[in-house]
Design a protein around this ligand. Structure first.
Ligand code: F6R
Length: 602
């Protein structure tokens, strides 16, 4: 969470910073700020709220060829002007932006900074005050920053400017993302390449524990011990137009609409010259050597993992467990002899998942990351990686990444099954079936008018809502509920419909919205029985059913797809339902309250 951007060059940093922050706003949007350094004068402006609010506050003639900017998702201290970044040392000499959490900040304050006056409640202010303290004790800025970094426990990506030196921009990172963008006569740092794409497509990775000293023409990467490190730049492959909304009112709607194309891109990306879907042999070997797969993920990616378990168990006969990352790391179940850990993460930066990766690697287990972001932390740190090819996902509510994760998991499952000679995998022409899914998805994204109407009828004013499903539809019900909660703030639950009568049915009142998803023939009548139970108690019920299973009273028919792949189609009307419910309730669809896209704190 939180986004950082920094610039040093020979033009005004202001526009680079504001443009970069806009691209990083998905990482946090409760407050924002910039600092510009011009001839030993630092201009700091910060504002509670969005980047647009900040832009309005920045003086038109504000100028500095060196600058740092920040968009915040609060961890220490409530969103406020005081807690917004940048933060300054007491004398105002040092100015800093920070992303991450410093776990020992109170201890550091107590031990080193008893005399200092603090303006904010943030851990960041402790870092910048420490730099000043060590400089006052006689160290130069570089050494003072190095000493400060050596004292920090936790995660950080920081950037620092020194009022007395307008030729240098400092940066450092540990466990929080930060990249260098390299240009001709300028350099940039950013939490995400997207923030600097307008300036350059050449990027250099920064590894944990490293410190970076940027000048207009030079990049110096230093280890924690101060030794210089050579590292080549790579060319970013993201297309700048992928991160624009185009004519769409919201990124979320654009990303929902992209799902058929993403599914087709995944088919192509995993096809060999003979048109067969393949996965790299070392990945297959690693999984086949394992006696159990543990899927580790959070939120929507966790829900995709539940569908993935079904696919891998049914098509490859390999036992799979699915775990919420934040629980797994601190209460590990009894592990089998040769487990393999599969991390599912759109961003590749989720701290809860990364803490598990670090632990299981220490335990010597094999790891595979399934991610949308090549070069992300979980991509780099796992033994193997597979990619989603979904293009940048900007809306906070994940949509196309969910279906891309399931599509790639289906390819993994079928190729594993084939290696093992499992009949169900050998008989499945997955490329064809995924093509049928892409066409079904097109029909679903075209059902906007109908879904908008259903959202108005069922969700415009309600306090709560229930989604029901059985087997794989239960997993989609969970995802549908999460989508609705996060962008419309309706209290929603996804339920295994048979479980409802064991307690939760007590919550059903007159007009309670209940939406049931029915795509599996073997449970069609059971779930309809459960729907009748809630109807009898006054619920306002509605069924989305797969073609062939539909009843006259059903509100939406999902085109027929292979029974193992139904979630790829059935989730789309649920995503649209959440989208239109949020619009009906005048919520900020792309930037829902309290959330951020990339959750880089535990
Ligand atoms: C919900 C959503 C989150 C993420 C979760 C994991 O719409 O986006 O629940 O799925 O924070 O993020 P990744 O997949 O980046 O690890």
């Amino acid at each position: 969470m939180c986004g950082i951007v920094g610039f040093i060059g020979s033009k005004n940093a202001k526009d680079v910073l504001l443009n970069g922050l806009e691209k990083l706003e998905y990482r946090g949007y409760d407050s924002a700020g910039i600092a510009l350094l011009n001839h030993n004068e630092v201009y700091v402006v910060k504002e509670k709220g969005r980047i647009a609010d900040l832009s309005e506050k920045v003086a038109e003639n504000a100028f500095g060829e060196v600058g740092i900017g920040h968009t915040r998702w609060a961890t220490h201290g409530k969103p406020s002007h005081e807690n917004a970044h940048p933060h300054q040392s007491t004398s105002g000499r040092f100015t800093m932006v920070h992303n991450g959490v410093i776990e020992n900040y109170s201890l550091l304050k107590e031990e080193y900074l008893k005399e200092a006056t603090f303006i904010s409640d943030t851990d960041t202010e402790v870092i910048v005050q420490l730099v000043e303290k060590f400089v006052e004790e006689g160290l130069n800025t570089e050494s003072a920053l190095r000493k400060t970094l050596s004292l920090l426990h936790g995660s950080y990506a920081i950037s620092l400017i020194d009022k007395e030196d307008s030729q240098t921009l400092y940066a450092a990172k540990s466990k929080s993302p930060l990249l260098i963008g390299k240009g001709e006569g300028f350099n940039v740092i950013a939490s995400d390449a997207m923030a600097a794409l307008k300036e350059t497509d050449q990027f250099i990775e920064i590894m944990d524990g490293e410190m970076v000293i940027l000048t207009r023409s030079g990049v110096q990467i230093l280890s924690a011990e101060g030794e210089e490190i050579e590292r080549a730049a790579y060319t970013a492959t993201i297309d700048a137009t992928d991160i624009e909304k185009g004519t769409y009112p919201h990124y979320m709607l654009k990303e929902i609409d992209e799902q058929p194309a993403v599914t087709r891109r995944i088919i192509q990306s995993y096809q060999n010259e003979d048109g067969e879907l393949t996965v790299e042999q070392p990945i297959l070997d690693a999984i086949l050597e394992a006696d159990r797969v543990h899927i580790i993920a959070c939120g929507t990616s966790y829900h995709a993992g539940l569908v993935g378990k079904n696919l891998i168990e049914k098509l490859a006969h390999i036992p799979v467990e699915v775990h919420v990352s934040s629980e797994f790391g601190y209460n590990m179940p009894l592990l089998s002899e040769r487990p393999l850990f599969l991390f599912i993460t759109q961003s590749g930066e989720t701290a809860d998942s990364r803490q598990v990766l670090v632990k299981v690697k220490e335990m010597g287990y094999k790891t595979l990351t399934l991610t949308n972001v090549s070069g992300s932390t979980l991509d780099r740190e796992a033994d193997h990686a597979m990619y989603l090819f979904a293009g940048p996902e900007i809306a906070v509510a994940s949509t196309k990444a969910y279906t891309a994760q399931i599509a790639v998991l289906s390819i993994l499952a079928v190729t594993l099954g084939r290696e093992k000679g499992i009949a169900a995998a050998k008989e499945l022409d997955l490329a064809v079936e995924l093509g049928i899914v892409a066409t079904a998805m097109e029909a679903m994204v075209a059902s906007k008018e109908l879904v908008e109407h259903i959202a108005g009828e069922f969700l415009a004013t309600t306090r709560n809502a229930f989604f029901l499903g059985r087997s794989v539809d239960y997993f989609v019900a969970m995802e549908a509920a999460l989508k609705l909660k996060e962008i419309s703030y309706i209290q929603a639950e996804g339920f295994a419909s048979g479980e409802l009568k064991h307690g939760t049915i007590a919550l059903i009142e007159d007009e309670t919205p209940v939406l049931a998803i029915v795509t599996q023939e073997n449970i069609n009548w059971n779930i309809r029985g459960n729907v009748n139970e809630v109807l009898a108690r006054g619920a306002n019920a509605c069924v989305f059913a797969m073609e062939g299973l539909e009843q006259p009273e059903d509100r939406l028919v999902i085109p027929h797809v292979h029974p193992l792949l139904t979630s790829l189609a059935s989730v789309i009307p649920c995503q649209l339902l959440a989208y239109y419910a949020a619009l009906h309730r005048e919520c900020d669809v792309d930037k829902p309250r309290n959330l951020a896209k990339s959750v880089t704190v535990e």
